[in-house]
Write a protein that binds this ligand. Structure first.
Ligand code: ATP
Ligand code: MG
Length: 387
C-alpha cells in the first residue's frame, strides 16, 4: 500500500506564454497558493516551467486538491510522489500506484524540463512501459487518450511520479493591484461575471444595492452566500451592501414607469463608480448579456453606460443563457442564485418598459431629481463584510 502523496506538481496556464514576465507570474501564483493553502503546505518551489509543492504529512489531501482546483492561474495539477532517480524505483513506484486501479490502456509520459538530467525521456518511457506491461498482464499501451498516464517529471532537484490529474480553473493568478468592482444582484448572471474577472487575474470586490424595505434575513443571506461561493476563487473578498430604498423611492416618485429600470441601473453604476474610485479600482463589472432582458437592448445599454464615471466591463455580453448557466453550475452559484428573490430592479417597473432610451434623455431626467444628498447618504451607510 502506497503512502499518501507527498507533493503536488502544479502546471500553470497562460503564464508560460509570457516570456519576460514569467518569473513574476510564477511568484504571484506561488504566493496565492501559499495564502490559500495555509498550514497544509510546507514549501513551494518554482522548477523549470512548473511549481512543485511539498505537503505537510498530516495535511488534508482532499481539501488541498479542492482548494487548488479554484486558484486562478492553474491549468491542472497532479498529486505526486517524490522518488529517487533510479529506474528500479520508477518501476516499483509505478507498479504500486497502479495496483488496484481499473484500467485497460496506459502510457508513460516522461517530462524532462531539466535537460542535463542523465535519463532520456524515450528510454524511460520504453523501459518503464515494458515493466508495467509485464506486471499487469492484458493491459495495453495507448498513446492517444489512455485510461491512465504514469507521469514522471525529472526536474533539477527531484523526481516526481503521478497518475492522477485534476483540472484547474485556468486563467491568470490574482493580482491584488488589478482591482475591479462587480455589481452583484441576487440573479444568475452577475456572480458568473465576477468569477470570470477573477479568472483573468483581477481582485473583485462585490457591491449589492439593497432595498431595505423588501429585505428579509433570507434575502440578505442569499447575497452573502453568493459572496462566499465567489470568495473561494480569490484571496480577499469584500462585499459592500449599499442601501438603495431612498434613492429608489425618489425615482419612483419623479420618473415615468417606462424609464425607471434604466434610472435604477444608471444610478447603480454611478454609485458603484464612486465607491470603486475610493477602492482604487479602475473598472466596474456587470452581468449584462446583450439583449437578454429589456434593460440590455443595444440602445438601453448604451444609454445606461454612457455617463458612468468608470469604464464598465460586461464579460457575459456575448454569452447565451445556456453558457452562463453552465459556468454558474461549475462554480457553485447556480443553486444559490436559483433561490427565489425579489430583485430591487423590478420594483414599480411596467410590463413594457422603454427599449430605446437615449443617454441625454436619461441624464436630463436624472438631473431633475434631488439625488445628490441621498447618494452621499447611501454611500455613508454602506455596510462592508469581508470573506
Ligand atoms: P443578473 O442575473 O446578474 O441579475 P440580469 O440578466 O437579471 O442579471 P438585470 O437584473 O437587468 O439583468 O441586471 C443587470 C446587471 O445589473 C446585473 O448583472 C448586475 O451586474 C447589475 N445589478 C442589477 N441589480 C443589482 C443590484 N440590486 N445590486 C447590484 N447590482 C445589480
Ligand atoms: Mg437580475
Amino acid at each position: 500500500m502506497m503512502q499518501d502523496f507527498s507533493n503536488i506538481v502544479v502546471h500553470y496556464a497562460e503564464i508560460g506564454l509570457k516570456a519576460q514576465n514569467r518569473g513574476y507570474f510564477e511568484k504571484l501564483l506561488l504566493r496565492n497558493i501559499h495564502r490559500k493553502l495555509g498550514d497544509a503546505y510546507l514549501a513551494g518551489r518554482r522548477e523549470s516551467g512548473q511549481l512543485t509543492l511539498a505537503l505537510r504529512a498530516d495535511a488534508d489531501r482532499a481539501a488541498v486538491c479542492d482548494t487548488l482546483g479554484r486558484i486562478p492561474g492553474i491549468a491542472y495539477f497532479c498529486p505526486a510522489w517524490s522518488i529517487r532517480a533510479d529506474m528500479e524505483v520508477f518501476k516499483a513506484t509505478a507498479i504500486a500506484l497502479l495496483t488496484g486501479r481499473t484500467f485497460t490502456t496506459f502510457k508513460v509520459d516522461t517530462h524532462r524540463p531539466h535537460k542535463q538530467n542523465p535519463f532520456k525521456s524515450m528510454q524511460v518511457n520504453r523501459e518503464l512501459g515494458a515493466a508495467i506491461w509485464n506486471a499487469f498482464p492484458g493491459k495495453k499501451v495507448k498513446l492517444a487518450d489512455p485510461d491512465v498516464v504514469v507521469k514522471l517529471e525529472l526536474t533539477e532537484k527531484a523526481t516526481y511520479m503521478s497518475v492522477d490529474r485534476y483540472p484547474g480553473v485556468g486563467g491568470l493568478p490574482t493580482n491584488a493591484r488589478q482591482r475591479v468592482v462587480a455589481l452583484i444582484s441576487g440573479g444568475l448572471d452577475s456572480p458568473v461575471a465576477a468569477y470570470l474577472m477573477m479568472k483573468r487575474g483581477c481582485e473583485v470586490e462585490l457591491v449589492h444595492f439593497q432595498n431595505q424595505s423588501q429585505v428579509t434575513a433570507a434575502v440578505e443571506d442569499k447575497i452573502v452566500q453568493l459572496a462566499r461561493q465567489l470568495a473561494r476563487y480569490q484571496i480577499h473578498t469584500r462585499l459592500h451592501i449599499v442601501p438603495f430604498e431612498d434613492l429608489q423611492r425618489e425615482i419612483i416618485k419623479g420618473v415615468h414607469a417606462t424609464l425607471r429600470m434604466l434610472l435604477y441601473r444608471r444610478l447603480m453604476l454611478d454609485l458603484a463608480g464612486r465607491l470603486a474610485a475610493t477602492r482604487r479600482a479602475k473598472f466596474l463589472v456587470t452581468g449584462d448579456s446583450f439583449s437578454q432582458v429589456a434593460s440590455q437592448t443595444y440602445d438601453n445599454l448604451a444609454a445606461t453606460y454612457a455617463n458612468c464615471p468608470m469604464p464598465v466591463l460586461a464579460p457575459l455580453i456575448g454569452l447565451d443563457k445556456r453558457e452562463i448557466v453552465a459556468i454558474a453550475e461549475g462554480i457553485g452559484t447556480y443553486a444559490v442564485s436559483s433561490q427565489p428573490y425579489e430583485d430591487c430592479c423590478s420594483f414599480f417597473v411596467p410590463k413594457h418598459p422603454e427599449l430605446h432610451a437615449q443617454a441625454v434623455g436619461l441624464s436630463r431626467v436624472a438631473a431633475d431629481l434631488p439625488l445628490e444628498p441621498l447618494i452621499a447618504q447611501a454611500l455613508a451607510q454602506t455596510r462592508v463584510s469581508e470573506f
